[in-house]
Design a protein around this ligand. Structure first.
Ligand code: KG4
Ligand code: ZN
Length: 338
C-alpha cells in the first residue's frame, strides 16, 4: 500500500510556497517563491502587492511542486490539500485558502486549514532525526516570539512570550534604521560577522525568572545610541544588537528547559535561521547535556512543507476542515497556560 500524500500551500505573508508531503512526513517536494524583490524598495512587505503576487504565482508554484514530486495537475493522486488559514495578511491568506479549496474540490479530496504558527512547530519533525517529546521550542519569527513546552504533537503549554515586539520585528526595525534594507534579519546576521559584539552594551530586558521577552527597549536603545554617536561602526552596532538579542533568547530558552526538565530544545521560525542564535543555542545545549534540534535554514523561514506536516496532524486528530472555513489574520495558537 502506498503512503498517503498531501499538497500543502503557504501564502500568509510574502512567500508563495507549495509542497508535497507524505503521511510519514517525507517531503517529496518543496517550492518557495520569495517576493523579496517586489517589497525591498518599500522597506517592508506591502500587503496589497503581496496579495496580487500570490495570485500571479500560486499556480506556477503548485505546478512546480507537483512536477518535482512526480505528479500531474489532472491526476495528482493526492489524499488531501492543506493550507495556512492564519495568522497573516488577510489578502494573502485568502489567495492560498481559496486556491486550496478550489483544488481540493476539483480533485475530490478533503482540505484542511492549518495555523501558520503550528506549522513552524512541526518544522523540526521534517528533519531526518525526529525530536522526542516533551521538548521546549523557542519559536522566533517576524510576528511572534514564544517559548513552548511541546508535550506531544498539538499539545502545547505556553511558557513565555514577548510583551511587545517579536524578535524578528526587532531585527527588521533595527536593520531599517541602520539602512540595511529588507528583510533585516539576514542583513544584520551578515553584517554582525564583521563587527565586535562587545563594542556596545545594549540592555538585556526582563532578566530574572520570567520567561517573557521584551525587545522594544533594545530597539530604542540602538536608535538612541546612534543618535548620540552617529559615527559608530554599523558592523559593531549590528554585532552588539545581535549579542543582546541572542543572549536573552538563549538564556530564557535554557531556563525553560531547566524548569520543565525537557531533554531537547527546538528552534523554529525565521529568526531560528540566525547563525549566532544557532551557535549559542547549540553551545548551551551541549553544556546542559541535552539535544539541540535546529531545522535546516529552509525549514526555519516560511515554507509549505511545515504546513503539510501540521496538516497531517490536524487531519488525523481533528479531521478535514469545513468548506466555509475563513481566513483569520489574528488566529492564535491553541495553548495551555503554565
Ligand atoms: O518565520 P518567518 O519566515 O515569517 C514569519 O512567520 O514571520 O520569519 C521572518 C522573520 C523576519 O523578521 C526576518 O528578518 C527573520 O525572520 N529572519 C532572521 C534571519 N532570517 C530571517 N532574523 C535573524 N537572522 C536571520 N538569519
Ligand atoms: Zn512564519
Amino acid at each position: 500500500m502506498t503512503t498517503p500524500v498531501l499538497l500543502a500551500l503557504e501564502t500568509s505573508c510574502d512567500e508563495t510556497a507549495a509542497a508535497v508531503v507524505d503521511e510519514d512526513l517525507h517531503v517529496l517536494s518543496s517550492v518557495v517563491s520569495s517576493q523579496i524583490d517586489l517589497h525591498a524598495s518599500f522597506g517592508g512587505v506591502v500587503p496589497e502587492i503581496a496579495g496580487r503576487a500570490h495570485v500571479a504565482l500560486l499556480e506556477v508554484v503548485v505546478a512546480q511542486a507537483l512536477h518535482d514530486a512526480g505528479r500531474s495537475w489532472n491526476d495528482p493522486q493526492l489524499d488531501a490539500v492543506a493550507v495556512t488559514c492564519g495568522p497573516g495578511l488577510i489578502g494573502s491568506l485568502l489567495v492560498g485558502l481559496s486556491g486550496a479549496k478550489a483544488m481540493a474540490f476539483a480533485w475530490g479530496v478533503p482540505f484542511v486549514g492549518v495555523n501558520h504558527m503550528e506549522g513552524h512547530l512541526f518544522a523540526a519533525q521534517l528533519e531526518a532525526e525526529r525530536v522526542g517529546f516533551p521538548h521546549v521550542t523557542l519559536l522566533v519569527s517576524g510576528g511572534h516570539t514564544m517559548l513552548l513546552l511541546v508535550r506531544g504533537p498539538g499539545d502545547y503549554v505556553l511558557l513565555g512570550a514577548t510583551i511587545d515586539d517579536a524578535a524578528g520585528e526587532a531585527y527588521d526595525k533595527v536593520a531599517r534604521y541602520l539602512g540595511l534594507g529588507y528583510p533585516g534579519g539576514p542583513a544584520i546576521d551578515r553584517l554582525a560577522k564583521e563587527g565586535n559584539p562587545k563594542a556596545l552594551r545594549f540592555p538585556r530586558a526582563l532578566p530574572g525568572d520570567t520567561l517573557n521577552f521584551s525587545f522594544s527597549g533594545l530597539k530604542t536603545s540602538v536608535v538612541r545610541t546612534v543618535e548620540r554617536e552617529p559615527e559608530l561602526s554599523r558592523a559593531d552596532i549590528a554585532a552588539s544588537f545581535q549579542a543582546a538579542a541572542v543572549d536573552v533568547l538563549v538564556k530564557k530558552a535554557m531556563r525553560a528547559v531547566a524548569l520543565t526538565g525537557a531533554t531537547a530544545l527546538v528552534l523554529g521560525g525565521g529568526v531560528a535561521a540566525n547563525s549566532e542564535l544557532r551557535r549559542r543555542a547549540s553551545e548551551a545545549c551541549d553544556e546542559a547535556g541535552i539535544r539541540c534540534a535546529l531545522p535546516s535554514l529552509d525549514m526555519c523561514t516560511d515554507n509549505a512543507a511545515m504546513i503539510g506536516a501540521a496538516g497531517w496532524h490536524q487531519l488525523r486528530h481533528h479531521g478535514p476542515s469545513s468548506w466555509d472555513l475563513g481566513a483569520n489574520p489574528s488566529l492564535t495558537l491553541d495553548v495551555e497556560p503554565l
